[in-house]
Write a protein that binds this ligand. Structure first.
Ligand code: HGY
Ligand code: MN
Ligand code: MN
Length: 405
């Protein structure tokens, strides 16, 4: 009897080492760490008898053919992590389907369709101010203008992809024909506390939240901290502080809304000079698009009024947005039955995090399987899913593949 959960844990521990030095896992797209992870994933895909290729968006595709003329079921998730993140976010959703295929093969189960396991290069949008590159390429919604976006070192996405020997100008041709696809199933660590609270190993996702990201740049005047009078200062950081407080208030006081200032830079950023420029990002999420869009408009109005009252120049832009995405009822029903057969009870919950499945929904029906997350902690080195729970998830994925058509 193979302990599939233990096998998943071993593989994920090896993949976690494909990281920049430092706490947790830092594996950004189109880097040496990404390359190292691809080598491990390729080896496991070859061991599973899959044909393996890297597409021009950097997605690793492991394919198990079905009968001639059949459709294909897509599974997978992202290989990239946030900085100092966990060992499960994304990459677990690549490893578990590979092992589910191995499990089906060990039981001599033949499928009436093709299967592809996908490892998307960049879902997090940490290195470049965009996200869901690979899943948008397959869905035909990739925006070529993002190729000009730069990372903190000034490298463009185009340059980073070329360094991976990819041809970004061919991304457009990656769009799949919906007629060929049964659907996309993403397995992901819950990144929240619900399954642990309900004592459930797995759960079926009902909907994925919508998300938008704003960039705000405030420009005032610097000066000597000791000689410039307080009266009349144009201190960009004081303006930014008002906006940070308002973002937090909006999030706390609006139902079904999360609002976060996740990054902020100050120039000249020295102890004895008045801040001249502050750049901050504001992220707003909600399962209800109308709440998110209204909050975004309110934020812009507030920021403009603060800048005007303090004599600051301001630039506001929406750098990323994605609508809320319900999961497909038919696929979710098949997944729920497979989970029930493995003892799951509560079963359904929304996702506060966004995922590649949100972008894949522009191509085909999508479903998501969540795996219990210890203490609900994610995007941190302490992120953890147990081998036992991953074993249950692999059984559920195998049950799903036996039943879906
Ligand atoms: O930000 C998210 O929700 C996801 O982890 N990229
Ligand atoms: Mn993720
Ligand atoms: Mn994440």
């Amino acid at each position: 009897m193979i302990d599939w959960g233990a096998r998943a844990e071993t593989l994920l521990n090896e993949l976690a080492a494909c990281s920049e030095p430092g706490p947790g896992v830092t594996r950004l797209p189109f880097t040496a760490e990404h390359d190292a992870a691809l080598e491990l994933l390729k080896a496991e895909m070859f061991k599973t008898g899959l044909t393996v290729r890297l597409d021009d968006a950097g997605t690793l595709v492991g394919r198990q053919d079905g009968p001639p003329g059949c459709k294909t079921m897509l599974l997978g998730s992202h290989q990239d992590s946030v900085r100092e993140g966990g060992a499960y976010d994304g990459i677990m959703g690549v490893v578990l389907p590979i092992l589910a295929l191995q499990k089906l093969q060990s039981e001599c189960t033949e499928l009436s369709f093709g299967v592809e396991v996908l490892a998307f290069a960049d879902e997090e949008g940490v290195r470049f101010p965009t996200a869901l590159i690979g899943s948008r390429a397959l869905s035909g919604t990739f925006d070529p203008s993002t190729l000009e976006m730069r990372d903190l070192q000034g490298t463009t996405l185009m340059q980073a992809m070329r360094s991976f020997e990819l041809n970004p100008e061919k991304i457009k041709a990656l769009a799949r024909d919906p007629e060929d696809i049964i659907g996309f199933l993403e397995t992901h660590i819950e990144q929240g506390p619900v399954l642990e609270r309900e004592d459930e190993a797995v759960g079926v996702v009902t909907a994925i939240c919508g998300i938008e990201r704003h960039q705000i740049i405030l420009t005032g005047e610097t000066g000597h901290a000791g000689t410039l009078p307080m009266q009349g200062r144009k201190d960009a950081l004081v303006g930014a502080a008002e906006i940070v407080s308002e973002v937090n208030r909006m999030g706390r006081e609006t139902a079904d809304l999360r609002a976060t200032v996740g990054s902020l830079t100050v120039e000249p950023n020295v102890v004895n000079a008045v801040p001249r420029i502050v750049q901050l990002t504001v992220e707003i999420r909600s399962p209800l698009d109308e709440n998110r869009l209204q909050a975004g408009q309110d934020l812009h109005q507030f920021a403009q009024s603060i800048a005007a009252s303090m004599g600051l120049a301001i630039e506001c832009s929406v750098t990323y947005s994605q609508q809320a995405q319900p999961c497909d009822a038919r696929l979710s029903c098949v997944l729920t039955n497979a989970a029930r057969s493995k003892g799951a009870k509560r079963l359904s919950l929304p996702s506060g995090a966004t995922h590649d499945a949100s972008a894949m929904a522009d191509l085909c029906p999508v479903a998501m399987l969540f795996v219990r997350c210890r203490d609900g902690v994610s995007h941190r080195p302490e992120e953890f899913a147990s081998a036992a729970d991953m074993g249950v998830a692999i059984d559920v994925l195998a049950g799903f593949l036996r039943s879906v058509h």
